[in-house]
Write a protein that binds this ligand. Structure first.
Ligand SMILES: C[S@@+](CC[C@H](N)C(=O)[O-])C[C@H]1O[C@@H](n2cnc3c(N)ncnc32)[C@H](O)[C@@H]1O
Ligand SMILES: C[S@@+](CC[C@H](N)C(=O)[O-])C[C@H]1O[C@@H](n2cnc3c(N)ncnc32)[C@H](O)[C@@H]1O
Ligand code: SF4
Length: 377
């Protein structure tokens, strides 16, 4: 059987407030059995008997809404049996509003070496309109405190194409990011998700979103200005200075296996993609934490290799593809690749299949071309 994965994702589903756009696995923290949850999470993690990880990622929800004691316990239990020489990247997601001195102290004392801050925008009015509770000033304060505590590898998440957001507002956000001189940023175009306040407003005709052209202009602007400032656009939404690309997220895009632990977490182990129970009570009560499992067919594995790999600037290596699947890339996808090259969506490079900037913009059109007929495998 294959070697053990070297990446693990751990999910903390609690938030102090719910943002109007968010459909990730999360719940308001108040009244939740948080201590029981942490115990169950640690038990699930320990059952895998993990000795080596290159990357560990604690996401949410909001990991930093835990108390300092809860976070401390979690961080030490996760690393207790790990060979720390192997661990390269240990990320914790944080919200600027709830990074107290105690929490920063716990993070600084731990093995965590990367912080991902959910900034979304620097515009105070817009922050309110999207249901965030922090302010621009709190972002600067959090970053200052994190730097003082010794953190250098700090990334922020920003969202663009927000309701009523203009190009000038996007420019201001990116300029404010640049002024911070951070090594990494993820910039997501707003996705309207079901079960969110925004979707509800949209259905009632109350949401004014930038149209597709505006959205594309914003993305082009973002790509240009970040490249000019030395950020490598290494994945559709991710930009980093050299050496600061997220190793954990690259595991996903490299289509490698990883552990997923906690309510609503997904994992990929021994050829099986699985998802855990989402609602905290279901997760706590279930003996088997997984709510669904999919044994991947060869067809799905090939498609995923393409969809995930193409998200990266380096794309998909034909040699690696052929040795992994023991088949000819040219026979399987030669025609599709040529059409996409003619449309300016892929580079004309027969070893590394990579998207152009236009391809990045129209990602879904590119991915679609790599879907296979059911009868093919
Ligand atoms: C699930 S959140 C968890 C991290 C943390 N709680 C926070 O809010 O920053 C991870 C990131 O996903 C992005 N995100 C969530 N919902 C989104 C949406 N509907 N469209 C685009 N990006 C979204 C946000 O940038 C957010 O920072
Ligand atoms: C949208 S990405 C943001 C990554 C961040 N910008 C960075 O570069 O580190 C992170 C979010 O994806 C979700 N996520 C990531 N890996 C996951 C997994 N294995 N299972 C479930 N959710 C996951 C979590 O909600 C997490 O907050
Ligand atoms: S964006 Fe982050 S803080 Fe907001 S609801 Fe989603 S997980 Fe919670």
């Amino acid at each position: 059987m294959s070697e053990k994965p070297l990446a693990a994702y751990v999910h903390i589903p609690f938030c102090s407030h719910i943002c109007y756009y968010c459909d990730f696995a999360k719940v308001l923290m108040e009244g939740q059995p948080v201590d029981d949850y942490i115990d169950a999470l640690i038990a699930e993690y320990q059952a895998y008997d993990i000795k080596e990880l290159k990357t560990l990622y604690i996401g949410g929800g909001t990991p930093t809404v835990l108390s300092a004691q809860q976070l401390d316990k979690l961080l030490s239990k996760l690393t207790e049996h790990l060979n720390l020489e192997v661990l390269e990247e240990f990320t914790v997601e944080a919200n600027p509003g709830d990074l107290s001195e105690e929490i920063i102290e716990v993070l600084a004392q731990s093995k965590v070496n990367r912080i991902s801050l959910g900034v979304q925008t620097f515009d105070n009015k817009l922050l309110k309109k999207i249901g965030r509770t922090h302010t621009e000033a709190q972002v600067y304060e959090s970053i200052k405190k994190l730097r003082n505590a010794g953190f250098e590898n700090i990334t922020i998440d920003l969202i663009y194409a927000l309701p009523n957001q203009t190009m000038d507002m996007v420019k201001t956000d990116v300029e404010k990011f640049l002024a911070l001189n951070l090594p990494h940023v993820a910039l997501y175009s707003l996705i309207l998700e079901d079960h969110t306040v925004f979707m509800n407003r949209q259905r009632r005709g109350l949401l004014r979103l930038p149209n597709e052209d505006k959205n594309a202009d914003m993305y082009e602007y973002i790509m240009d200005i970040l490249a000019q400032n030395g950020y490598n656009h290494y994945e559709v939404s991710n930009f980093g200075k050299s050496g600061f690309e997220s190793q954990h997220n690259l595991t996903y895009w490299d289509n490698a296996e990883y552990y997923g632990v906690g309510a609503g977490a997904s994992g990929y182990l021994e050829g099986i993609r699985y998802k855990n129970h989402g609602p905290v009570h279901h997760y706590l009560e279930a003996t088997n934490k997984r709510v669904s499992e999919e044994v991947l067919s060869k067809k799905s594995k090939i498609e995923e290799e393409m969809f995930l790999g193409l998200r990266k600037k380096t794309g998909v290596s034909v040699t690696k593809f052929e040795s992994k699947f023991s088949l000819s890339f040219e026979e399987l996808y030669g025609k599709q690749v040529q059409t996409l090259i003619n449309q300016g969506l892929l580079y004309d490079d027969h070893e590394q299949i990579r998207m152009t900037d236009k391809g990045f913009e129209l990602g879904n059109n590119v991915f679609e071309a790599f879907l296979l007929e059911s009868g093919e495998f």
